[in-house]
Every structure is written in C-alpha cells, then in structure tokens.
Write a protein that binds this ligand. Structure first.
Ligand SMILES: Nc1ncnc2c1ncn2[C@@H]1O[C@H](COP(=O)(O)OP(=O)(O)OP(=O)(O)O)[C@@H](O)[C@H]1O
Ligand SMILES: [Mg+2]
Length: 371
C-alpha cells in the first residue's frame, strides 16, 4: 500500500469498512469519470436502500486513490441536512465503495424530464436548499468545485443534498503578505465553470461554486443548460455574449490572471443577463439575484450568506416544499437513466489529479445558444 496514505487508510477506511457482500446491488443509477453508482439494498432485517459508489480507479495493492480519501475526509467533516450523508465504506476483493444515503432524484434528471414542472415557490426552495448546503461547505472553508445539476440530489421527502465531493478542496483566504493558494486548474464541469477558472486562476475561492449555483438557477428557469460551450474558448465566448466582455473595467483583477493574454477575449459585448433571462425567470427579484450570481469578477459575485438573505427568498411566493411536485412524480429520475437526446449530452469534464480516464461522453455538437 502506498506509504504516505497508510495511517490515513487505517483510520479512515479499513477500520470501519464492511464487506460489500452486506448489500445486494439493484440497478446502476450513475456513471462518472472515476466511479459508477448503484442503488443497493442492505441484506438481513434492515433492508435499507443505499447508493453505492464504486471507485473505478481502485486496485487492491495500492488501496483507494487519494481523491477518494479526500472525498471521505471532507464528507466526514461536512454533516448537514443539505449535504449527502456518507454511511460508510465497503470493499470486496476487487472493488472499493462509498455507501451513501439513497436519494430518489438528481436535479439534472428532473430538469430533463419535460413532465416535471417547477413552480416558482418550488424553484426558490431548491435554490435555497442548494445555497444552505453551499453556505455550510464554505463556512468550513471548503470549495465544492463541481457544482452542477447532476451533483444535486433530492430525496423523496424533498430534501436537497449536495453530492460528489470528489473534486472538493479546503481553501484558505490568503493574507496579502502570504504566498497565494495554488489550486489545480481546471476544475468544474465546463458548462458550469466560472470565468476566473477559464482564465487559469489558481488562487480561486468559494465564488467558483456561486457561479455554478447561478448557472443552475438559470437552468431551472430555462430548462436547459445556459452556457453550453464545447471548449474553454467557446465557453468564454458564450459567457461574454451573456455577461459582457471580460475587461479590467468590470473586473479589475483580470489582468493578473495567467491566461488573460493567452485566451481570445471577445470585445464589444454589453452585459445582457437580465434582458435575456427575464422572460424565463419572470420575477424581478429572481433576475436581480441571478445577475449577482453571474458576475464575471469573483470579488463582485454574491456569496452564499448574502444570497440567502436576498429578497427573492423573502417575497411572495415564498419557497414552498417539494412534496407536491414529488407526489406527482413517484419514480426515481437520474441523469443516467433519463432518455437521451442530443441536447442532453454533457460536455467533457477535465478532472483533476487523474489523467488515466478520459470522459468518453464528448459533447460533439456545439450549438451557440444565447439567452
Ligand atoms: N446518494 C445517492 N443517491 C442516489 N443517486 C446518487 C447518489 N449519489 C450519486 N448518485 C447518482 O450517481 C451520479 C454520479 O454520482 P457522483 O456525482 O457522486 O459521482 P461521479 O459524477 O461519477 O463522480 P466522478 O465523475 O468524479 O467519478 C449522480 O449524478 C447521481 O445521479
Ligand atoms: Mg457527479
């Protein structure tokens, strides 16, 4: 077993790991770059339904990869109603699993289903729960770094759970005199990736997650991802068309970013977030909040605490619980099992810390979709 990880593995994993044979897998519900996820049932009297995330990069000799150790450690640290709860870990001779509480839906599966109609109060509720989850994560000085609808789960009781902490990292706010953070770049699924990450910022903070929350909010209104670039360059172009050109006037720190002079930054675009999205949001407070979430300058972007205090959540219609919506759609809905159309194909994800596995689901058809 890799030496530096020995103590960690002992305390985090093998002392508590159970046998995978304790569970019967029922169906596959998710597939990612480094894992596949199954719905499973505990054997014996318990019969508890769980989600088992099987790590594809596991081998018995080296043990679980460092990214899995991180995911477990962070999840152990992040107990909250809106964060998915890790029940434990288990292994068989060839596989290593994380075992989670089971959630019936993921937001991507729900949004792709045209029969699911989200009322404004329900949309507010989903966003509010997402922001509460993010507030908790950020208050623990952690960035999730892959906020996208497939990582937002919802239980049959209408409770939102932020999931997939495989890319999450602890951050510290640097003092001006201290060396800056040197985080890996890139992270975050391309369509939800913030402007600072696209420009190679390696000193980013929780605001990268707030950009993702803004993209999710807009997607809940339009019912389709709003910024569907196929490459970083195309993503920058689409963001510029919606949020205005990337200039030092609106974003003073931009000139210091590594790729500022390397990427092509389209000039002459005005900001059109409210204009283009107001027909979908149909709520003035909603447009205002979206505008604050989709700020190019990370320092100007609203944080989770301020977003939760925004009038959007405190004016009629108030956030309403999701039980009504869920009672109309009893069967599970996941991105993985949703019927495929070209529009649904997700972009490639460049994941960090592992270049062994490439995402095989390249998004082929770039479509310049402007909201
Ligand atoms: N606790 C759960 N309950 C129900 N479904 C889940 C649960 N956890 C994950 N899933 C489903 O499996 C999918 C993939 O899980 P997750 O996001 O954790 O891993 P991943 O995207 O495969 O990660 P990576 O790409 O880093 O390997 C989710 O989008 C969701 O549909
Ligand atoms: Mg995921």
């Amino acid at each position: 077993m890799a030496s530096g990880r020995g103590k960690y593995l002992e305390t985090c994993f093998f002392s508590q790991s159970t046998e995978a044979s304790k569970y019967i897998t029922l169906e596959k519900i998710g597939q990612g770059n480094f894992s596949e996820v199954f719905k499973a049932r505990e054997k014996g009297i318990n019969q508890k339904i769980v989600a088992m995330k099987r790590m594809l990069t596991y081998n018995e000799k080296d043990g679980p990869p460092i990214s899995v150790l991180r995911e477990v450690r962070l999840l152990q640290h992040l107990k909250h109603e809106n964060i998915v709860s890790l029940i434990g870990t288990c292994c068989s001779s060839s596989s290593f699993y994380l075992v989670f509480e089971f959630c019936e839906y993921d937001l991507e599966g729900l949004l792709k289903n045209t029969k699911v109609n989200l009322r404004l109060g329900e949309l507010k509720n989903v966003l509010q729960q997402l922001l509460k989850g993010l507030y908790h994560v950020h208050s623990k000085k952690i960035s999730h770094r892959d906020v996208n609808p497939a990582n937002v789960l919802i239980t049959k009781n209408g409770i939102l759970k932020l999931a997939d902490f495989g890319s999450a990292r602890a951050f510290c706010l640097p003092e001006p005199t201290e060396p800056q953070n040197r985080y890996t770049n890139p992270v975050v699924t391309l369509w939800y990736r913030s402007p600072e990450l696209l420009l190679g910022d390696r000193n980013y903070g929780p605001s990268v997650d707030m950009w993702g929350a803004g993209c999710i909010m807009a997607e809940m209104c339009t019912r389709s991802p709003i910024l569907r670039g196929n490459t970083e360059q195309e993503q920058i172009k689409l963001i510029s068309q919606l949020c205005g050109s990337f200039t030092p006037d609106v974003w003073p720190g931009i000139v210091k970013l590594k790729l500022y002079n390397e990427m092509e930054l389209p000039m002459g675009h005005n900001r059109k977030v409210k204009d283009r999205l107001k027909g979908f949001v149909r709520n003035a407070y909603g447009c205002e909040l979206l505008d604050k979430l989709l700020q190019l300058d990370p320092n100007a972007r609203i944080d989770a605490d301020s977003a939760l205090k925004h009038d959007f959540f405190w004016t009629h219609p108030m956030p309403s619980d999701l039980s009504d919506m869920i009672s109309r759609h009893r069967s599970s809905m996941f991105y993985y099992s949703a019927p495929r159309t070209n529009q649904m194909k997700r972009p490639y994800q460049e994941q960090i810390g592992n270049n062994q596995i490439q995402n095989k689901r390249q998004y082929k058809g770039y479509e310049d979709r402007i909201y």
